[in-house]
Ligand binder design. Sequence first.
Ligand code: GUN
Length: 279
Amino acid sequence: MYKLIDGKQISTAIKDELKEEIKRDGIKATLAVIQVGNDPASSVYVGNKKKACEYIGIGSRSYELGEDTTEAELLDLIDRLNADDEITGILTQLPVPKHIDEKKIINRISPSKDVDGFHPENVGNLCIGQSGFVSCTPAGIMELLKRSGIDIEGKRCVVIGRSNIVGKPMALLLLAANGTVTVCHSRTKDLKQICKEADILVAAVGRPKMITSEYIKEGAVVIDVGIHRMDNGKLCGDVDFDDVKDHTSYITPVPGGVGPMTIAMLMVNCVFAARQKQK
Ligand code: GUN
């Protein structure tokens, strides 16, 4: 019988712990959230991030910029927020419109306020095992594994997906926890066979229900990063949950698995940023 990893419950526990910590230690934090354009999915994420700030007791300032905002204007706003003493964390919701260079935006946010963990300095710190901000989704997955009592040391870990936001930092975190890590992607040959060796499988493929039981080793831990809206209006992940679940020891559902953890870990990063500043 498999165990369901309840990301909703774990994320609420984390936010409640942060709320206590902020009250106890009198932490002062303000997150600046920038959104360019009005992509509906981004608006939902941004709204949830602001709600989470309010819930744990930190401030948020929101910057909703028009679709036609120039790269120079956005960079100028980031410069002002970098210099603003009240602001302890900054994030630009991605994707940004095509006429803006995402890399330039990521690189401009001060590494000490980069609560998304996307700046090369923070990515570099993660890579060599130094303290810094870690990308929220993979950090959230590590927390799910830890709080479910799942040991990583010596395990075969397979990550499907090599994005800068999820796949690459995920692989680095599992490696730092002494996992034996393989990263697969769209050009990988024999994907099924590789996945079938995984004790811990992280699917960040971006294709609905692609991972069926044929990809799963009996008793594996399966983490589903995908989220897709099906024609019937329901949400599903990259994993075919109903087909896979009985072959796993632990599995995350969609919704209510990895998703809520991303925002909880953003809050962890916001509190970390404020603490670092107060030091
Ligand atoms: N777009 C998709 N995921 C993320 C994220 O974690 N942070 C930001 N800023 N944008 C995103």
